[in-house]
Design a protein around this ligand. Sequence first.
Ligand code: HEC
Ligand code: HEC
Length: 161
Amino acid sequence: MLVNKKLLVTLGLLSIVVFGAMTTSKPQDEGFKNLKVLPKNISGENLHKVMEEWEHSLGVHCNFCHARNEETKKMDWASDAKPEKAMARDMYKMMNKINQKYFHAKKDSLGMIMQSGVNCNTCHRGTAHPEVMVPDGKGPGGQPGPPSAGPAPGSPAPTKP
Ligand code: HEC
Ligand code: HEC
């Protein structure tokens, strides 16, 4: 009886794993044209998750990195016209290198690095310009003055273009 129970549990778990693998590793082509650092077969849903994470980590909107096509008046997501997009790619590569080398992160089934080490928000904390600021030892974050005195020097408001 005990053996049967164990077998049932094992089979149950196994079917979840197999089912999960079948539903997540289905090859998808969402027609993204210009992916150089993210997996080329990333699903639209996952791409959107990444983009939103970047948006929130930097405190910006899509157009901080993406250019608009002035003729069609529509966003041209594949365009590399804005230098911020290239910087974001470099940042992504840097982040993965840090994680691979120092956090020994493994790649997941999409080829992305697991988020076990640093991510964009580790440094950016909601701003596009995480300026170098050494704490003055007078309190958390080294922000002088009472917290109600407005934004501390050297921490500009998040860019909202
Ligand atoms: C911090 C910069 C940044 C922000 C903010 C950002 N993106 Fe991106 N986006 C990128 C980069 C870099 C790529 C290319 C990734 C690559 O090379 O693998 C990309 C790729 C894309 C693509 C794929 C285009 C193609 O066909 O190749 C889409 C669609 C997209 N972004 C939509 C969005 C949307 C929608 C938002 C806002 C919710 C957004 N992005 C916010 C940097 C950004
Ligand atoms: C190890 C810390 C660190 C990590 C991790 C990091 N960044 Fe950065 N990032 C910086 C610093 C520092 C700057 C330069 C800020 C400055 O000079 O104002 C910067 C600048 C940028 C800029 C240029 C902003 C501008 O207008 O000049 C973009 C875009 C950017 N980061 C995107 C990202 C994205 C996307 C990620 C995650 C994939 C990321 N960063 C992860 C530290 C980091």
